[in-house]
Ligand binder design. Structure first.
Ligand code: C5P
Length: 275
């Protein structure tokens, strides 16, 4: 038995834009999404063990299953080895920032490091966001999430806010009125951050309106983010309820997050750098 412990960071996944461009016969939706990853997230630690186990710790551990319902457990099972896992949970669950998917990708990456061979499983079988989470940095995601094109992008600076309501992804997709929306427009190749922000402003999250219809508080979060000094762009991530605002630099994002924490102590919020 290999007694080594391996740790892997599971960053929050942010959909800077998320266009729903169609629907397959099996019900899954076709997406076109620009994804980046934050420096806030969960951490998984694992070591080889005679049988599978999972302990969930950290500030967001409450309510997170510590058994085979957890995607970490499913990922380890799919890899095919028994491990003792600890999941240090910092991200809100069912929040549109890929908490469970990023945790599963971190488990697969940690197991690849521990056992020295690639995961014998197609990550999309664990969830549509798991392939992009395996990349873990800026990427364009298409298909149902199974096509991932890694991108070189300058870092972005954001404040993330979640109002504490869980939004079930299938319900949001179901509430979507049009499923054949246009894809993202051509991304600018130069022009720095200003061009990137202009381009992003012209893109959408097609799940934002249906998510607000299901959970109107998401509209309040977007309004509160838009009020923050220096906010350049405000949008929802994934199927919600987490929303983000983008800022010119990290100090502006840090100041805005402090302002948000004071104004809305009941909401989860964090400043972050996206890569
Ligand atoms: O794959 P994942 O478990 O993250 O997806 C949760 C649900 O979201 C799916 O069961 C499906 O209803 C919906 N979904 C979809 N199209 C996608 C991804 C997810 O309809 N591309």
């Amino acid at each position: 038995m290999n007694g080594r412990q391996v740790a892997a960071f599971a960053p929050a996944k942010i959909n800077l834009a998320l266009h729903v461009t169609g629907q397959r016969d099996d019900g899954y939706h076709l997406l076109d999404s620009l994804v980046m990853f934050a420096d806030v997230g969960d951490t998984v630690r694992l070591s080889d063990a005679p049988e599978m186990s999972l302990e969930v710790t950290g500030p967001r551990a409450a309510g997170v299953p510590a058994d085979r319902r957890n995607l970490c457990w499913k990922a380890a099972e799919a890899y095919g080895c028994a491990v003792a896992m600890t999941l240090d949970k910092h991200l809100p669950a069912a929040a549109g920032i890929g908490g469970g998917s990023s945790d599963a990708a971190a488990v697969l990456r940690a197991m690849e490091e521990l056992y020295g061979r690639p995961a014998p499983v197609d990550p999309v079988t664990l969830g549509a966001d798991v392939p992009v989470c395996m990349v873990g940095h800026a990427a364009r995601m298409s298909g149902i999430g199974d096509h991932v094109l890694p991108l070189f992008m300058a870092p972005m600076y954001a404040v993330l806010v979640n109002p504490g309501v869980e939004v079930p992804t299938p319900a949001v997709f179901k509430a979507l009125s049009r499923k054949d929306n246009p894809p993202m427009s051509e991304m600018p190749e130069g022009g720095g951050q200003a061009a990137a922000l202009d381009w992003l402003g012209a893109q959408r999250n097609d799940l934002q309106d249906p998510a607000i219809a299901l959970q109107p508080v998401i509209g309040d979060v977007l309004a509160a983010l838009a009020e923050l000094a220096g906010a350049r762009l405000v949008r929802m991530s994934g199927s919600g309820a987490t929303c983000f605002a983008l800022f010119d630099d990290r100090p502006a994002a840090d100041a805005a997050a402090a302002q948000m924490q004071q104004a809305r102590p009941g909401w989860w919020s964090a400043a972050c750098t996206l890569r």
